[in-house]
Structure formats: structure tokens, C-alpha cells
Design a protein around this ligand. Structure first.
Ligand code: FAD
Ligand code: EPU
Length: 342
């Protein structure tokens, strides 16, 4: 049998800098994957290790309610590479540990279109397909080409095409049938050389006008950054994981009933029903700006729950349960967390 080096293991390791809520929890064992050549040793260790394993990107969609009594692997493989191009498209691969916004900068800086509306989303390239990240009228799936992954059970490499990922709103095969079964190693995107820009989402056109600029890959990216900075708290200043809940989808009859009662309620009709704005529902229940100790609801975006410093994950989860109950009672709508609660 080949002798693969065992990964460097760190014990009782603080995860505070590795989750954007800033919760002060520890991993029983922590290691970093910086090079794919270390994969065989890592997988061998995982397969002999009798405990839970968590792959960690930027920790921007995770909520720890307690110490992680298992192995945390921070995926830190780097590299962005143009792998192919033709007159219309360019195929760009990002390694899993690349920062997502650095990947966006790489594309925007070369005027390749497709991910500019996804500017400034925290986290890494390798995590971006897990919930099919989306913002400002665009989702990852719109420019996704394929991804490379490795099976944790068999050690086999596998490519996933767009269809195989089964992307939906904040959803993919990796949150369902294949949950916890694959480590994503790299993601390849198909960017456009002559992109049709998407400025349809509410405030983008208004922001471009305020900036005095016409739409381009670069200006749309900057407009999105401006809007995001004005609404969303920066995790470096206030702990948070972005939208805590998904926007709920209701059937037409339920929507019509609510619309009759609340004519100004924002709503987005789609193929699977009508999507409602969870932030609006939460605000209507009086939670916006609410604070209890160091856990709270952001004052500019009611969909974002925050840790002002020393809250625990359990305190934020308790608060989220009360928010779910009050939205259920007032609107008969069930909110589901977007954040992965551990
Ligand atoms: P992590 O939180 O580290 O992990 C998320 C999940 O992916 C975990 O289950 C983890 O085990 C798994 N995972 C991570 N890496 C791998 C891998 N290589 N292979 C297999 N599994 C893996 N999301 C949006 O969609 N749109 C937004 O506009 C948006 N805005 C945000 C704004 C703020 C301020 C914050 C804090 C978050 C926001 N998010 C948004 C959520 C978050 O940025 C995304 O979900 C992001 O993709 C998470 O990436 P991450 O690397 O931090 O993942
Ligand atoms: N709204 C309120 N009060 C609030 C917040 C929002 O009334 O406190 C209203 C807004 O006025 C608007 C509507 O709700 O009419 C939608 O608000 P916004 O445009 O801010 O977007 P969102 O639906 O709250 C979603 C995503 C974000 C993404 C933005 C922009 C989800 C769960 N969230 O938020 O993604 O950045 O749209 O596209 O789909 C994330 O997933 O972490 C995330 C931040």
C-alpha cells in the first residue's frame, strides 16, 4: 500500500475566526487542505476516523450551536485558470479554496460577463454550488459549466454537469441526495465575451444612474457592491451569515389572500409558486432592529440575524424560532433557515 502523509492535525482549535457569525466554538480536530496532493492522506484519515467531518469554506453560511466534536477540514486550495475559449465564451476554473469575490474580480477585470451580479458574496468558490448562490436577478447556475469532486466514501473523482447538480433556489443535489458525500475540488464557469447585462433587479438601474454610468460588466459589479454595502452588515464589524431564512414560496391562492390583506406586500411570481420577501414578513411582525443581549435582527435588513459580539449560536437559533412562530401566526407562512445549523 502507498504511504500517504497524514495531514497536520490541530486539536481543540478555535473556530471563532472561521465563522462569520463569530461564535466562539472549537473543533475537536482541525486541518487544512492546501494542496490536492494531500487528498489521499486526508481521505485515508477520514475513513479510519470514527467521527463527524465538516468541510469549511469561508464559514459564511454556517451557525455553530456548540463545539464541533469532530474533524473540521478547511478547504484552502488556490488557483484560477482560463482553461478554454472560443469567440463567444471563456471557460474559467476556480479551485475550491479561492475566495468567491476574488474569482468575480478575475472575471470582471477581464470584461467576461456572467458573475458580476454576484459580486461581494462572501465565501469560497468550492461552496458556491452547494446552495447555488444568487443575488440581484442572477444565480450561479446561469454561468456554471461543471465541477470536479471526490467521493469521500470511495475516493473516486467525479465530474458533475449542470443537469447533475440539480440546482434550484438556494438548493442543489449537494444539499439533498448527495449531502455530505462529496468534497468539491474546483468549479468551472462559462463566461460570456459579449455579455447581455442583467440590470432588471430593482435598484441596479437606479444605482447606475446615481453613479452616472452606463451598464458594463464593471459598472454593474460596482453598482451591486454599493447596494450590498448599504444594506448588508459587514461580518468583520457585526457577526452574521447573510439571509438567515430563505424567501418562502406559497401557492397562488395563499398569495391572493395575503395580497388582499396587505396590498403593498412584495412578491415574485415564478414557476413553482409565488416567492414572498421574508425580510418584509419579518419586519411586519415588528422584529426589525430587535436586540436581546448580543443576538438581534439587523436594523436595515430584517432577514439578517446578527451577533453583536458575545451571543451564542443557541441564542440566535432561539430568536430565529420565535421569528418563525410569529410569521407563521400572522401570515400562515413557514420560514425555513438558509443557514446550515450545526
Ligand atoms: P461555508 O459556510 O464554509 O460552508 C457552507 C456549506 O458548504 C457547509 O455545509 C460546508 O460543509 C459546505 N462546503 C464548503 N466547502 C465545501 C466543499 N469544497 N465541498 C463540499 N462541501 C463544502 N448567499 C447567497 O446565495 N447570496 C447572497 O447574496 C449572499 N449574501 C451574503 C452576505 C453576507 C454578509 C454573508 C455573511 C453571507 C451571504 N450569503 C449569500 C451566504 C454565503 O455567502 C454563501 O452561502 C456562500 O456560498 C458560503 O460559502 P462559504 O465558503 O462561506 O461556505
Ligand atoms: N424588505 C423589507 N424589509 C426588510 C428587508 C427587505 O421590507 O427588512 C423588502 C424590500 O424592500 C424588498 C424585498 O423585501 O421589497 C426584498 O428585499 P431585498 O432586495 O433586500 O432582498 P431579499 O429578498 O431580502 C435576497 C437574497 C439575498 C440577496 C438579495 C439580492 C434570499 C434568502 N436572500 O434577499 O441573498 O443578496 O435578495 O438579490 O434569497 C443570502 O442568501 O444570504 C443573501 C443575502
Amino acid at each position: 500500500m502507498t504511504n500517504h502523509p497524514v495531514p497536520e492535525l490541530l486539536y481543540n482549535y478555535s473556530l471563532k475566526p472561521y465563522n462569520t457569525f463569530g461564535f466562539d466554538v472549537r473543533a475537536a480536530i482541525f486541518t487544512r487542505l492546501t494542496d490536492e496532493s494531500a487528498l489521499p492522506g486526508l481521505l485515508r484519515f477520514i475513513n479510519t476516523y470514527n467521527g463527524p467531518v465538516l468541510f469549511l469554506g469561508g464559514g459564511s453560511n454556517l451557525l455553530f450551536t456548540r463545539d464541533f466534536e469532530g474533524l473540521v477540514v478547511q478547504v484552502a486550495t488556490k488557483g484560477i485558470e482560463i482553461i478554454e475559449e472560443d469567440d463567444e465564451f471563456v471557460y474559467i476554473r476556480g479551485m475550491a479554496g479561492e475566495n468567491w469575490d476574488d474569482f468575480v474580480r478575475f472575471c470582471v477585470g477581464r470584461n467576461y460577463g456572467g458573475v458580476e451580479n454576484l459580486s461581494l458574496i462572501p465565501g469560497n468558490v468550492g461552496s458556491s454550488p452547494i446552495q447555488n448562490i444568487g443575488a440581484y436577478g442572477v444565480e450561479l447556475k446561469d454561468s456554471f459549466y461543471m465541477l470536479d469532486a471526490i467521493s469521500l466514501r470511495t475516493g473516486e473523482f467525479r465530474e458533475f454537469t449542470l443537469d447533475e447538480c440539480n440546482f434550484g433556489y438556494r438548493n442543489s443535489v449537494f444539499k439533498n441526495e448527495l449531502k455530505g458525500q462529496y468534497l468539491i475540488l474546483s468549479v468551472t464557469f462559462r463566461l460570456k465575451k459579449n455579455p447581455a447585462l442583467n440590470t432588471s433587479y430593482g435598484s441596479i438601474a437606479a444605482e447606475l444612474e446615481a453613479m452616472g454610468e452606463s451598464p458594463s460588466v464593471d459598472s454593474v459589479s460596482r453598482a451591486v457592491c454599493n447596494i450590498r454595502r448599504s444594506k448588508l452588515p459587514d461580518p468583520a464589524e457585526i457577526g452574521n451569515a447573510g439571509s438567515f431564512f430563505k424567501n418562502p414560496v406559497v401557492d397562488e391562492a395563499h398569495y391572493e389572500k395575503l395580497k388582499g390583506e396587505y396590498p403593498s406586500m412584495p412578491a415574485y411570481p415564478g414557476s413553482e409558486g409565488v416567492k414572498l420577501a421574508a425580510g418584509w414578513l419579518i419586519e411586519q411582525c415588528g422584529w426589525k432592529g430587535y436586540r436581546e443581549g448580543d443576538a438581534g435582527v439587523h436594523s436595515r435588513q430584517a432577514l439578517v440575524l446578527v451577533n453583536y459580539g458575545n451571543a451564542s449560536g443557541s441564542q440566535v437559533v432561539d430568536l430565529s424560532k420565535r421569528i418563525i412562530a410569529s410569521v407563521q401566526e400572522k401570515f400562515k407562512v413557514t420560514l425555513e433557515p438558509e443557514v446550515n445549523i450545526l
